[in-house]
Design a protein around this ligand. Structure first.
Ligand code: AHG
Ligand code: MN
Ligand code: MN
Length: 330
């Protein structure tokens, strides 16, 4: 009889090896429970008629899907019950949600469902999150944590049942949902490393925006595109997931040359705290890199507001450094 190693068993031993408390496990257990409920609602959503628009917009002015709203409520519920979280920043709420300001140890940043345009087609979406830690040695300032201070970041691919977790200074690990809805790590699986060889390299960006990018970025694409396969599913969670195994780069550059200037997005589209940082942190732990439109490391950006946006270039280190040189050039 072959028994797989469960996610919790893996984490328990990890925490013990590093002499850490179990508080982090309590948090991750809550997160995992939330992910399973999101999975359940997503898989059966068409039968419940919930794969539609909710009828209102969020703080970002984007139309909210019913599933965005359901996933957000699920995550907040289990975070609150865990007692481990001080504040949670979610894509769906204007201000950080105070959960346990006195006793919580962690800050939690999340996008409950990433890739909303996929929802009505039942295509893959992601639940993305990052975890920061309170100052245990002195007074807590409650400031938003920058990427380099995060302790963990994860992406649940839904409804595929694949979970990727990056732990600070430790690496990236992947878990698969088994028949009992337990996430397990396959035997002999190793730390994930984003490949640097150009074998199956992929380039992932919204090609309909191509002419709206800066001249530097447009030139770089023209000079380099022949080397890549183009892949784009419209969900950072899914697109980035492919790159971790195949290598290459996902990018959402600044939009500065749109024929309708009101459609320009000089700061890009993706949100720093719960999209760009999640991918950037996982990339770093897998040997890759992530930069913004100025060629600076995403993980060094000091957050100023919960929903601030940034351009994002993330993937294999050599490739990100290559376009970074171009972005930094005069
Ligand atoms: P969300 O569904 O959480 O609002 O995020 C969507 C984001 C991201 O996942 C994706 O990579 C990008 O938006 C797609 O944008 P375009 O439709 O402009 O390509
Ligand atoms: Mn998103
Ligand atoms: Mn979302």
């Amino acid at each position: 009889m072959k028994l797989e190693q469960s996610f919790m068993d893996f984490m328990l031993h990890h925490q013990e090896r590093h002499g850490r408390t179990y508080n982090f496990l309590v948090l991750l257990e809550a997160v995992q429970t939330a992910a399973k409920y999101i999975q359940y609602f997503y898989q059966t959503g068409s039968l419940k008629d919930i794969m539609c628009e909710a009828g209102f917009t969020n703080v970002q002015g984007e139309s909210v899907m019913e599933m965005d709203d359901i996933a957000n409520a699920i995550v907040l519920h289990y975070l609150r019950r865990s007692n481990q979280v001080i504040h949670a920043v979610t894509e769906e709420e204007a201000d950080p949600v105070v959960l346990n300001e006195e006793g919580g140890r962690y800050f939690f940043y999340f996008d409950p469902l990433d890739g909303s345009s996929n929802i009505k087609h039942n295509l893959p979406v992601g639940f993305m999150y990052a975890v920061g830690k309170r100052n245990m040695d002195g007074p807590e300032t409650y400031r938003l944590r920058k990427g380099s201070e995060l302790r963990a970041a994860g992406i649940y691919l839904i409804p595929n049942g694949v979970f990727t977790l990056a732990l600070a200074d430790t690496g990236v690990f992947r878990f698969h949902m088994d028949e009992t809805m337990t996430y397990v790590i396959p035997e002999n699986s190793e730390r994930l490393i984003i490949p640097e060889d150009r074998g199956e390299w992929e380039l992932s960006f919204n090609a309909s925006n191509r002419k709206t990018f800066s001249r530097k970025v447009q030139d770089w694409i023209e000079e380099n595109e022949a080397e890549f396969n183009f892949r784009y599913m419209g969900s950072l969670a899914g697109d980035f997931h492919r790159l971790i195994s195949n290598g290459g780069m996902f990018m959402y550059p600044a939009i500065i040359n749109h024929p309708r200037p009101d459609k320009n997005r000089p700061n890009g589209k993706l949100r720093l705290l719960y999209e760009a940082n999640v991918a950037a942190f996982i990339a770093r732990e897998a040997g890759g890199a992530a930069i913004d439109e100025n060629g600076n490391d995403i993980l060094d950006i000091e957050p100023e507001s919960p929903h601030q946006r940034t351009a994002l270039y993330v993937g294999s280190r050599g490739m990100v450094e290559n376009i970074g040189k171009r972005l930094r050039s005069g």
